[in-house]
Design a protein around this ligand. Structure first.
Ligand code: NAD
Length: 499
């Protein structure tokens, strides 16, 4: 049985707590590895060595810190196939999806190459008589990231790339369900020239998270995961005086107006609703056709597409729509929601519950499910399912459609499909949701914009990656100066040389 290790001080270190978790192959249901769950002694040691290493790293000039990111990008490209295979083996997503996961993280690393520019302060000449004022951006010290299972490459990179290039040391506590890729990323950062101790990967569960939240040397915590845990991490981290940003769950709506291109909308819903088995925080899980006729046309196009989705393990080739869910628990939860939807009176038009993958009967495969006539009071509408299940809620008019999305407790992503510019503009302007798509189903911002949900999808005032990340991982110091004159009367004037 493969034993996964922590990555501390530039080396693989075996777990000492005596506690571990099984890591499954979602396609076969077999336990393929064990990951250690760190205790507070192990966390304290990792934090202490990060703290000792951080000042020297902060003293490296921004250009040279950026050069580590440059090299890291090229190493990610070199190892893309290897990383994707390891990712799919533990997560279950298809190889093209796994490569997308790595690529979107790589793009954040690319953005971080701009650190010398992004970290510049400001300067005002003559703020007072003989007085100038300037600001500098300084790293916080040791910061931590706690990440979910569904993007085991991209989300760790959202967190550690900006934090590290800003001059911080970083403790990554990745998901215990797919822990191998985070270790591989840390190894690549070391190969790229990152000094030991600046990126530590410590595996664990609640015990490790609580230790990070309570430790006085952890200056900031970035979390991505489900909303109840996001709220818990935010509350506990803030109570301990830390800078905290937490991103949580989602229920992303797509409004389909009567004038939308229905083929395009159906296509979008297949990719955004079922891709990666719906295990994406930007998945569309609610389709809102406006008007009965629009709804009927949409259902006519969607139903055969959902019935014919191709489901396969990642090893079967690259043309599958999606693979298995991540664990047996995830499978039970998703199936439980579909059962609940039927009980609550929604119309289950496509039932994927009995899907079985030939040769992989113990894997966590479930077929695509499509519900029609879902209403606001049903649990399948209110709660995040995180599986290949799309709920169609019929709205009578545009106002009812926009109101539905606006009154939902989650506010991660949303989309509208329409050919009318006024409707699109009104929608983008009024909607109270962080990431908006107009004729784009999964409006994931690129690395140079920020990524973050509103309402109960995001806690804290700054978003992830993009310029916000550079603010989150640094603090500003403002210096007011009357420049001391080193020139004494009668002294010879000389210009210092740069050597
Ligand atoms: P999760 O909340 O179960 O786990 C996230 C992290 O929290 C993991 O590292 C886990 O070990 C840790 N954790 C779990 N239980 C804990 C507890 N009781 N106390 C402290 N820490 C705990 O989430 P998940 O199932 O890994 O990921 C899926 C969720 O993440 C979905 O809700 C999805 O919408 C969300 N997500 C959000 C975004 C975003 O940017 N908003 C992006 C990706 C995923």
């Amino acid at each position: 049985m493969q034993q996964i290790s922590h990555f501390i001080d530039g080396n693989y270190v075996e777990g000492k707590s005596g506690r571990s978790a099984d890591v499954f192959n979602p396609a076969t249901g077999e336990v393929q590895a064990q990951v250690p769950l760190a205790n507070s002694d192990e966390l304290n040691a990792a934090i202490a060595s990060a703290k000792a290493a951080q000042p020297a790293w902060a003293a490296v000039n921004p250009q040279n810190r950026a050069r580590v990111m440059m090299k890291f990008v090229s190493l990610l490209q070199r190892d893309m196939d290897k990383l994707a295979e390891a990712l799919s083996r533990e997560h279950g997503k298809t190889i093209p999806d796994a490569k997308g996961d790595i690529q979107r993280g790589l793009e954040v690393a690319e953005f971080c190459i701009g650190a010398p520019h992004l970290l510049k302060g400001e300067f005002t000449e003559g703020a007072g008589p003989g007085i100038d004022m300037h600001s500098v951006r300084q790293p916080l010290g040791v910061v931590a990231g706690i990440t979910p299972f569904n993007f085991p490459a991209m989300i760790p990179m959202w967190k550690f790339c900006p934090a590290i290039v800003c001059g911080n040391a970083f403790i990554l506590k990745p998901s215990e369900r797919d822990p191998s890729v985070p270790n591989m990323l840390a190894e690549l950062m070391k190969e790229a020239g990152l000094p030991d101790g600046i990126l530590q990967v410590v595996h664990g569960d609640k015990e490790a998270v609580d230790c990070l939240l309570d430790h006085e040397d952890i200056m900031a915590v970035g979390f991505v995961g489900s909303t109840p845990i996001a709220e818990y991490v935010y509350t506990r981290g803030c109570a301990n005086g830390k800078r905290v940003q937490c991103f949580g769950g989602a229920k992303n709506h797509m409004i389909i107006m009567p004038d939308a291109d229905m083929d395009q909308a159906a296509d979008a819903l297949i990719g955004a609703g079922y891709g990666a088995a719906g295990e994406r925080c930007m998945a569309v899980s609610v389709a809102v056709p406006v008007g009965e006729e629009t709804a009927d046309r949409l259902m006519e196009k969607l139903t055969p597409r959902v019935e014919n989705l191709k489901i396969a393990p990642y090893t079967a080739g690259d043309d599958a729509d999606f693979g298995p869910l991540v664990t047996q628990d995830a499978y039970n939860r998703v199936k439980g929601y579909v059962d609940a939807g039927v009980k609550e009176g929604a119309n289950l038009v496509v039932d994927g519950r009995d899907f079985s993958m030939q040769g992989y009967e113990n894997g966590y495969f479930i077929g695509g499910c499509l519900f029609d006539n879902v209403t606001k009071d049903m649990s399948i509408y209110k709660e995040e399912i995180f599986g290949p299940v799309l709920s169609v809620v019929r709205a009578q008019n545009y106002e009812e459609g926009i109101d539905l999305a606006m009154s939902h407790e989650y506010g991660n992503g949303v989309a509208i499909y329409t050919r009318d510019g006024d409707t699109a503009r009104d929608f983008a302007n009024r909607i109270n949701i962080g990431m908006v798509g107009v004729n784009v189903p999964i409006p994931v911002p690129l690395a140079y914009y920020t990524f973050g949900g509103w309402k109960r999808s995001g806690f804290g005032d700054l978003n992830q990656h993009g310029p916000d990340a550079f603010k989150f991982y640094t603090r500003t110091k403002t210096i007011t100066s009357r420049w001391p004159s080193g020139i004494k009367e009668g002294a010879e004037f000389s210009i210092p040389t740069m050597n």
